[in-house]
Design a protein around this ligand. Structure first.
Ligand code: PEP
Length: 252
């Protein structure tokens, strides 16, 4: 049975003090939540991971990073390696977010290297995929997502692939207030699962956690998560307020 996940991507938000308050509020509330076959992942800015790791040690959430560089160490000024993340007991790392693809020109090939580097250190990639609006309007969204998976994930052997979490995030839904409809999300998630079954096998496809991301909030999470192939969400804006984030968690 696959794990259901709600992951919060804080992006480049919050001062240290505000981040500490948010993470403590969420951690305290999670003490009273029974997470059966489900997981909450918090992905604060890298600078706050050490503080978050201390809170996570006593709490009911897993820790995720928002990015990494695919080398253990070296002359890569400003970058953070999977080895460093591992030393803070980081469990997950977001890879392939549309903002990194767009603003930092991250290619399929580079993302494949990041996936490998993370798996080398037992960190589970949360691999984001999704189309921009003209691609959906041109009915190319399935082909776009297929290529993203093929070029950055499908080189993995099946054992390694089982460690990957996929997040379908239509770019037109990220931060816009316009979420994919539950039917649109289900259609793409089922397609992704079918691709995995074709590449690997049905058992692997059935065990892969596929999250939805894009303007998911306290109001629409329950309906989105009720779709048979939607196993939770990757949450941006709505993860910055404890109350709303916890409402989303309760929809798991
Ligand atoms: C994201 O950036 O991963 C995301 C889903 O953002 P939002 O929830 O704000 O649309």
């Amino acid at each position: 049975m696959r794990t259901r996940i709600v992951a919060g991507n804080w992006k480049m938000n919050k001062t240290f003090d505000d981040a500490e308050v948010l993470i403590t509020d969420i951690a305290d509330a999670l003490d009273d939540v029974a997470l059966e076959n489900a997981e909450v992942v918090l992905c604060p800015p890298a600078l706050y991971l050490e503080m978050a790791a201390d809170v996570a040690e006593e709490s009911n959430f897993s820790l995720g990073a928002q990015n990494c560089y695919p080398a253990d160490s070296g002359a890569y000024t400003g970058e953070i390696s999977p080895l460093m993340l591992h030393s803070l007991k980081v469990n997950y790392c977001i890879i392939g977010h549309s903002e990194r693809r767009k603003y930092f020109n991250e290619s399929h090939e580079f993302l494949a290297k990041k996936v490998d580097a993370l798996l080398n250190h037992e960190i589970r990639p949360i691999f984001c995929c999704g189309e921009v609006l003209p691609e959906r309007e041109g009915n190319r969204h399935f082909a776009v997502v297929k290529k993203q998976l093929e070029e950055s994930l499908f080189h993995l052997a099946v054992e390694a692939f089982t460690q990957v979490v996929i997040a379908y995030e239509p770019v037109w839904a990220i931060g816009t207030g316009v979420n994919a409809t539950p039917a649109q999300a289900q259609e793409m998630h089922a397609y992704i699962r079918q691709l995995i079954a074709t590449k690997y096998d049905h058992e692997t496809a059935g065990n892969t956690t596929i999250l939805y991301g894009g303007s998911c909030n306290g109001k629409n999470a329950a309906e989105l998560f009720s779709q048979p192939d939607v196993d939770g969400g990757l949450i941006g804006g709505a993860s910055l307020k404890a109350e709303e984030f916890l409402q989303i968690v309760s929809a798991l």
